[in-house]
Write a protein that binds this ligand. Sequence first.
Ligand code: KET
Length: 477
Amino acid sequence: MRQQNTSLEAHGFESPTTESSFSSSISSSSSATDRRLKALARHLVDSSPVMDSHSQNPNDTVSPSPTSSAFHADSVFAHLVRAPEDPILGVTVAYNKDPSPIKLNLGVGAYRTEEGKPLVLNVVRQAEQQLVNDRSRVKEYLPIVGLAEYNKLSAKLILGADSPAIQENRVTTVQCLSGTGSLRVGGEFLARHYHQLTIYIPLPTWGNHPKVFTLAGLSVKTYRYYDPATRGLDFQGLLEDLGSAPSGAIVLLHACAHNPTGVDPTIQQWEQIRQLMRSKALLPFFDSAYQGFASGSLDADAQPVRMFVADGGECLVAQSYAKNMGLYGERVGALSIVCKSADVASRVESQLKLVIRPMYSSPPIHGASIVATILKDRNLYTEWTIELKAMADRIISMRQQLFDALRARGTPGDWSHIIKQIGMFTFTGLNSEQVAFMTREYHIYMTSDGRISMAGLSSRTVPHLADAIHAAVTSFA
Ligand code: KET
């Protein structure tokens, strides 16, 4: 029934019904009641049948003629094959379907409390309360580039409050749809305006990277990053591969807490990477999805990005507040492009607007307002850093507990990488057969590459996971 109205309403016509007479009969009541009744009247009107030109009886429903050939033909989408679930988000889909009371989701990188519950940070609650209380706030469209104050504060957070690049107005920042949207806008911008269309991503990397950049119009290649033998960085391989990349190529770098490996270069290694990249004019594109989650310190985790900005060169940075402020579903992120001059930065921004406008026009207001409220208030900011540190510390303590539990069981193998790796994930080294076994027999859900989200673990569930790993390792060597 509702459908019958939509074509009229879509063209700006009021439904030809009795609203005016209904409204007039209640016009003498108080204004609040009046408003409620009017709203009610509108709802009633919306759901009432509408006469169309072919039918004089309002009870007639309009349906496709059963004799029309289109009615009997297959769907125009009948040829579609079912697409597989996403390798990461699909883990949650499978987990949700499992009725087992002992099931455990270590797939998606989302923080959970010791009780296994999602966490809304206290500072986020406070900021939201402030926003609700402020009656001057409206729901107007944001500009194409998002909330100006939020953009400034985001650039400061990643580049440092005293960053010369910011002071010299060489940075343009646009609010985007979380980390993913920031990467996508950056990718689209580069595909349109940068002379080198090849982007090098680490092997392995977050599973969405190749898809985002390919769809943006870039050609994706990999550089060696992780050495399964040492479960550490393949630094030699990394230097060789970036050394042989064509001049000007784009290089995707995880700013900290590399996903999925939990292996980051040391500061000395970052310096070598920087020198190599600058000597070959490789363009750095940082993905900063975990600032504060690696070390617990926002500044320490931003160090690699700041090294590349301090040399005066150009780079792109995609930021996400999904993890470090727990704003996953608010989709709040930012893309900053650091340029050589203020003039170039402002022209870059003008072109970013042309990328964004036809994609989603402008970003949502709520999440960015929360972040801006927290970042600009000294007390809220300090409280945030404390809450963030507590999340990082809980993850670190989970690493130790899992390591100890495997040791206690005498599980074959060297598990020290669990405590050496950093960030949300442990790249266990378990193979896909072992992962499938753990899901089947222990109802533990994780990505098939053996990555587990340490943030999904608690003291209560560590023994269960350790039992499962022990059984998987001893059953499938
Ligand atoms: N970069 C990296 C490295 C990353 O791990 C994620 C999310 C994102 C960007 C995008 O996050 P956003 O929510 O768009 O701000 N990673 C986790 C969630 C996901 O796959 O979407 C994950 O790896 O579990």
